[in-house]
Design a protein around this ligand. Structure first.
Ligand SMILES: [Zn+2]
Length: 81
């Protein structure tokens, strides 16, 4: 695939995403719904410190996502075995 074709595909994808985002925002605005937020607490989370496939505890942390820089509410790990 030529580089100009790749650029064209990328541009089309961005336009499609923007179109969907714009439509969603307009729907939200039309409904005039109040935004709802639900707090996440440590007790709401489930921690899995072993591989889901083989059960090994030898896992390497790949990514962590924190809420307000304190509560780690999402982590991704890879099995080392
Ligand atoms: Zn494993």
């Amino acid at each position: 695939m030529a580089s100009s074709e790749i650029e064209d595909l990328s541009a089309n994808r961005d336009m499609t995403l923007d179109k969907f985002k714009e439509r969603s925002l307009k729907r939200l605005e039309a409904r005039r719904e109040e935004q709802r937020f639900y707090p996440i607490e440590e007790a709401d989370l489930k921690t899995v410190n072993r591989c889901a496939l083989c059960g090994s505890v030898s896992v390497a942390r790949l990514a962590e996502v924190y809420l307000k820089g304190e509560l780690n509410f999402c982590s991704t790990s890879a099995c080392e075995d």
